[in-house]
Design a protein around this ligand. Structure first.
Ligand SMILES: Cc1cc2nc3c(=O)[nH]c(=O)nc-3n(C[C@H](O)[C@H](O)[C@H](O)COP(=O)(O)OP(=O)(O)OC[C@H]3O[C@@H](n4cnc5c(N)ncnc54)[C@H](O)[C@@H]3O)c2cc1C
Ligand SMILES: *[C@@H]1O[C@H](CO)[C@@H](O)[C@H](O)[C@H]1NC(C)=O
Ligand SMILES: *[C@@H]1O[C@H](CO)[C@@H](O)[C@H](O)[C@H]1NC(C)=O
Ligand SMILES: *[C@@H]1O[C@H](CO)[C@@H](O)[C@H](O)[C@H]1NC(C)=O
Ligand SMILES: *[C@@H]1O[C@H](CO)[C@@H](O)[C@H](O)[C@H]1NC(C)=O
Ligand SMILES: *[C@@H]1O[C@H](CO)[C@@H](O)[C@H](O)[C@H]1NC(C)=O
Ligand SMILES: *[C@@H]1O[C@H](CO)[C@@H](O)[C@H](O)[C@H]1NC(C)=O
Ligand SMILES: *[C@@H]1O[C@H](CO)[C@@H](O)[C@H](O)[C@H]1NC(C)=O
Length: 390
């Protein structure tokens, strides 16, 4: 057989629609998930059930760690968060492609190119792991006001979310902590749970505070009056727990009887059974900023139809993302959504890569076949072609 025919066939074949598709970078895992809360666990579950190899990092700093029980997560109403996560881990661990590591991720270096993503993840044990896709479920942190007693009360009678622990304190004397501008917003979320409501506004009942309140809600004052909400403008010094709902509960009726005294610079303290507070949140981890992801108002920008971030190959899930929802059902939903999208994205890449390998192979096979079938019979024709070309 002659190299000339091979060259000719090869030239002809390469004229087709053969495209040099990307080869897939060789990585330790398909996916690395940072975060072992409900968002990260849900993403891990989703990728594990389609047998994507995945490693989840968890440094065990969970936003709802202080709370006694998780609520409004159907089928798990009243389950302690650690029990819930433990059950999730145990179930996901049954998938052989799922892996866990309890450590802190210190850096994530993207090393892919414009066509394929790849990430190099280094943790505080000094080890590095690579993956094709990355999920950040790193959560947020609550920035609590600097009032003595607030940290201790957090998640145990003092809450930001009525759905979290409001019902367990229903009909108890209730307090709203915060600026006067935020009071009506809290009342609108809690008026079905409480009727004895005092807003402790810590000196913000001022002309400027009224302007800010009007900016939030027109007619706020009349509405507060209509709900019979009292305003206490005194300067708060501390919150003191006088009874622990952990030991004073009625499990039959799902009631927790916490008691607090709120103290002021002057006058008598006031007793309340529960408080709501509006506390800002910030990114829990510096990783999203380190990686240069787009972040707006302390939330990782994502396209909510897929939970993709501004960086190719990176998904942002749970409280940390910009989906404007911070609860366990959202964490699970967004983790699941990311899992579906990144699996299919990888499959598309795999598919492209397979096609290109296959066309490479059939080209070779076709060549062999041609060589065997044609032998030297084509040699004279080849000579003619050559002559014509010359
Ligand atoms: C007091 C309180 C009570 C709440 N109660 C409820 C409730 O009853 N019902 C409800 O639906 N929601 C509740 N929430 C909200 C709920 O906690 C969050 O919506 C939920 O935890 C979000 O899940 P996530 O996975 O996004 O983040 P998180 O649960 O906060 O998990 C973040 C994960 O990221 C990990 N992580 C971060 N950075 C790194 C790193 N560099 N390396 C390794 N790991 C890292 C952390 O260790 C953690 O595993 C409550 C919140 C608070 C504050
Ligand atoms: C991107 O990286 C892949 C895998 O390493 C490689 O096959 C491909 O040629 C690269 N593409 C570009 C555009 O550099
Ligand atoms: C990792 O953390 C989880 C959750 O706290 C715990 O259940 C598990 O035992 C830990 N694993 C190791 C190896 O320490
Ligand atoms: C990942 O980072 C580590 C630590 O910097 C380095 O040793 C390793 O070579 C990197 N791996 C890749 C694939 O870039
Ligand atoms: C309450 O008001 C006092 C006096 O103005 C101030 O020092 C303190 O920081 C305020 N506390 C909060 C939580 O805003
Ligand atoms: C509320 O407290 C602030 C700060 O002490 C004070 O300036 C303001 O006049 C008070 N408002 C009312 C209605 O008393
Ligand atoms: C719990 O509430 C039920 C119903 O009101 C009541 O019968 C029971 O005595 C209460 N239990 C305790 C321990 O208070
Ligand atoms: C990220 O931010 C840059 C600069 O503001 C902007 O051009 C880009 O569109 C943003 N990308 C996404 C996905 O939000």
């Amino acid at each position: 057989m002659t190299w000339k025919i091979a060259t000719l066939l090869s030239a002809v074949l390469s004229l087709g629609s053969f495209t040099a598709a990307e080869s897939i970078p060789k990585t330790d895992y398909d996916v690395i998930v940072v975060g072992g809360g409900p968002a990260g666990l849900s993403a891990l579950s989703g990728v594990s059930r389609v047998r994507r190899t995945a490693l989840l990092f968890d440094n065990q700093e969970y936003r709802n760690a202080p709370t006694r029980a998780m609520h409004d997560v159907i089928g798990n109403d009243g389950t302690p968060p650690a029990t819930f996560r433990g059950l999730a881990r145990e179930q996901i661990s049954r998938y052989p492609t799922a892996h866990f590591k309890n450590s802190t991720v210190l850096s994530i270096v993207p090393y892919g190119n414009s066509s394929v993503s790849a990430f190099n993840v280094t943790d505080d044990t000094g080890k590095s792991y690579t993956s094709r896709k990355l999920v950040l479920g790193t959560g947020v942190s609550d920035v609590l006001p600097d009032i003595p007693g607030v940290d201790e009360a957090w998640g145990k009678g003092l809450f930001w979310c009525p759905w979290c622990d409001g019902y367990e304190h229903r009909d108890q004397p209730f307090g709203i902590l915060g600026n006067i501008a935020d009071v009506l917003g809290s009342v609108l979320e809690t008026n079905t749970l409480y009727s004895d409501i005092i807003a402790f506004v810590n000196g913000t009942d001022t002309p400027a505070g009224e302007v800010a309140a009007t900016g939030q809600h027109d007619g706020w004052k009349e509405q507060l009056e209509a709900w019979n909400v009292k305003i206490d403008n005194r300067t708060i010094t501390r919150i003191e727990r006088t009874q622990d709902g952990e030991t004073h509960q009625n499990k039959t009726t799902d009631q927790q009887f916490d008691k607090f005294l709120i103290h002021f610079t002057e006058g008598e303290p006031v007793e309340r059974g529960a408080f709501i507070i509006n506390a800002p949140t910030v990114q829990h981890s510096t990783l999203p900023a380190q990686m240069g992801l787009n972040i707006t108002n302390e939330k990782i920008d994502v396209v909510t139809s897929s939970m993709r971030t501004s960086m190719a190959g990176v998904w942002g899930v749970g409280d940390a993302n910009s989906d404007a929802s911070t609860n366990v059902p959202h964490a699970m939903f967004s983790g699941k959504k990311a899992a579906v999208y990144l699996h299919v994205e990888m499959s598309k890449e795999d598919s492209q890569s397979k096609v290109s390998k296959r066309s490479g192979l059939s080209q070779r096979e076709l060549m062999k076949e041609a060589i065997r079938a044609i032998g030297s019979n084509l040699e004279p024709q080849w000579e003619q072609v050559e002559k014509r070309e010359v």
